[in-house]
Design a protein around this ligand. Sequence first.
Ligand code: FAD
Length: 266
Amino acid sequence: MKVLLVFAHPEPRSLNGALRDVAVAELQRLGHEVQVSDLYAQGWKPAIDRGDFPTLPPDERLLPTVASKAAFDAGELTQDVRDEIDKLLWADVVILQFPLWWFSMPAILKGWVERVFACGFAYGVGEHSDKRWGNRYGEGVLAGKRAMLIVTTGGWEQHYGPRGINGPIDDLLFPIHHGILFYPGCEVLPPYVLYQAGRLDSAGFDAAAERLRERMRTLAETPSIPYRRQNGGDYLIPTMELRPELGASGAEGFAVHLSEGSGSTA
Ligand code: FAD
């Protein structure tokens, strides 16, 4: 398989750097091809601004969605963005690796998504009618690819449990899993989460590394999170609400978007 690992930590000698090396070594040992986008090392520009659209006349108002679509259609996205799009199209598996910062991904990685997942490429595609509402949530340019997060946290596992003060990890990661990865079509695997990373000793690291190697060995067969497909009949069009007869009675929140009968995804 071809694996793209997008790495977002500023320090190569960090725990995240060590885990990245473990993952890459295991994937290569198994004969997979690996490319790493090391965002800090690449000096990735995280913010969308006029610099992304050099052909936009200086006196024209910048509408990021419109400009993104026009640049994508014309093949005029900047070279750094086109390089990342090429890597995404090349990959069978996309891994995003990051330390949890303020309950989400570091800004540099969010900026990678914002710029690389261009309009016309990752969103704003497909027919909108009374039968379909675009190619998204299970359909799209990344359909057929698998995706997974590798995340480290300072907080304890219990802090991210069903009644933990930080909120359940599945809920915190839902916008990334569902809104960023499933949206353009990826099948999303349960995340690899290493909790309480700041307290890790060498025995803890060895165990964490082995758990990560196992996830790399099972990338192809690990069942994906069973999100409902948007155009599979479960949602009303155009309101995009789950049909009233679906989902456990009274259920609400992110978990209603999992197919019936599926449990927790962590
Ligand atoms: P490092 O600091 O590099 O290392 C952590 C530990 O692992 C150290 O004890 C180190 O000795 C050990 N280690 C490193 N490499 C190895 C190795 N090769 N072998 C053995 N041991 C090793 N946490 C939350 O839970 N929620 C948040 O919302 C949150 N927000 C944050 C926001 C910011 C801006 C920052 C800076 C931190 C935040 N944190 C949060 C904490 C953050 O998630 C952790 O600091 C991070 O996950 C640790 O990963 P690291 O790669 O930076 O670890």
